[in-house]
Ligand binder design. Structure first.
Ligand code: AMP
Length: 208
């Protein structure tokens, strides 16, 4: 099964996708994680992407589509996958639609107030990338990852100025995808205003 998780930054797509990937035994593909790896390794793509990411802007389609097409050719994607953070524009959806069939799109929704609160309380492990929330998914020891002992940090684009820009970009560039997939008859709306557990149960129900 090929699934897309749609929803604004901070809605919890990554957390839900990680659990869903384990439950269904299919690949979890996060373009945000892939781009951050490229930034960390200072690849050509990473160097180009960084300035957009730090400002909360979208990395140009041409770079992201190319990266995604390469990833989808990997063997571990053959049994199905969950796309987290892709597509983010109609152009990305059309380009990827030429290569693969999307079976289900889950649109997770919550108010901007909830999103801003979540993003500003989000911390990420610098080693393994596990995502914490200072209220819902608290590390046992402050500032330290439970899983690998790595240091927790706040993403540059989770600072308030970048959050505002990312929400604006989401409304303008990504939200049109809701109607795009609705017209294809494969969209399911899910409430993302509850706890991560409630959100996961709703996502699971939507794809079952
Ligand atoms: P995320 O971790 O999904 O919030 O992504 C972090 C940042 O990576 C975004 O704010 C964009 O700058 C960039 N990014 C991730 N996915 C895409 C995409 N599909 N298209 C363009 N830029 C992306």
């Amino acid at each position: 099964m090929n699934i897309v998780l749609l929803g604004s930054p901070g809605i919890g797509k990554g957390t839900a996708a990680t659990k869903l990937s384990k439950k269904l035994g299919i690949a979890h593909i996060s373009t945000g994680d892939m781009l951050r790896e490229n930034v960390a390794q200072k690849t050509k793509l990473g160097v180009e992407a960084k300035s957009y990411m730090d400002k909360g802007l979208l990395v140009p389609d041409i770079l992201v589509i190319e990266m995604m097409k390469k990833r989808l050719q990997k063997k571990y994607c053959k049994n199905g996958f969950i796309l987290d953070g892709f597509p983010r524009t109609i152009n990305q959806a059309e380009e990827i639609g030429k290569e693969i069939k999307i079976d289900k799109v889950v649109n997770i929704q919550a108010s901007d107030e909830i999103i801003i609160d979540r993003l500003s309380k989000r911390k990420v492990c610098c080693k393994c990338g596990f995502v914490y929330h200072l209220i819902y998914i608290k590390p046992k020891k402050e500032g330290v990852c439970d899983k690998c002992g790595g240091k927790l940090y706040q993403r540059k684009d989770d600072k308030l100025e970048a959050i505002t820009e990312r929400l604006k970009v989401y409304r303008n560039e990504t939200e049109p995808l809701i109607d795009y997939y609705k017209e294809k008859g494969i969209l399911a709306d899910v409430d993302g205003s509850g706890t991560p557990e409630e959100e996961f149960e709703s996502v699971l129900k939507a794809v079952s």
